[in-house]
Design a protein around this ligand. Structure first.
Ligand SMILES: NC(=O)c1ncn([C@@H]2O[C@H](COP(=O)(O)O)[C@@H](O)[C@H]2O)c1NC=O
Length: 190
């Protein structure tokens, strides 16, 4: 099954995976504590505005994951003290679904003392508190649903997400939050 990009919120572990039919030549890099999706050296030039972005950012002891540029305003609102529910709902609604050929939804998660997951589609805005591993994807599985995911730390969250049996895996990020710190990991595919 092809579900496109997906987010899993654990609730103290999270993962974000890029799966892509159209833009497979991408990888994640770490910059100043953020993870960014960028083209690989082999990638053809594109003017698609949705395929390179910060996919993981930290705001104090909270971490934001998502499939596009909405990760930035969500992070900035958390830094201003907005509750995670409101930061997600306001940013997703303001930026809305992607204006591409598929009306691709925006998906995101926040890991913190409380954890949330959300999506904005062309027919819905959904933001939910998470207390068990929960997945939302851009296609097919496009409403948050419980999902068996038992990764215990950031590296295994990234590698387990990359290995999940959904088509066209490209790269994945893992997040682990403890009371002491936040850890991030990257797993880039072949
Ligand atoms: N975030 C991403 O990594 C990403 N990759 C592709 N898209 C969008 O989704 C469309 C479909 O891509 P694909 O056929 O790879 O699923 C692309 O034309 C692009 O508008 C993305 N936008 C949202 O998921």
């Amino acid at each position: 099954m092809y579900v496109g990009r997906f987010v899993i919120v654990g609730p103290s572990v999270a993962a974000y995976r890029v799966s892509s039919r159209s833009f497979p030549n991408r990888k994640m890099i770490e910059r100043d504590g953020s993870l960014t999706v960028v083209p690989t050296a082999e990638a053809e030039e594109t003017d698609n505005p949705y395929v390179s972005y910060n996919c993981v950012r930290t705001a104090g002891d909270q971490v934001v994951v998502g499939n596009g540029s909405h990760v930035d305003p969500i992070t900035e609102k958390l830094e201003l003290g907005y509750p995670a529910r409101d930061a997600l709902a306001e940013s997703l609604l303001a930026m809305d679904y992607e204006k591409d050929d598929y009306d691709t939804p925006r998906i995101a998660g926040v890991v913190g003392e409380d954890a949330y997951i959300g999506t904005v589609r062309n027919d819905a805005l959904l933001v939910e508190q998470v207390d068990e591993p929960t997945l939302v994807a851009t296609y097919e599985k496009d409403s948050p649903e419980p999902f068996a995911f038992d990764a215990a730390d950031a590296p295994s969250a990234a590698s387990d997400a990359l290995d999940l049996d959904f088509e066209h895996a490209v790269c994945a990020a893992g997040v682990e939050r403890t009371d002491e710190d936040v850890r991030l990991a990257i797993e880039n595919g072949e």
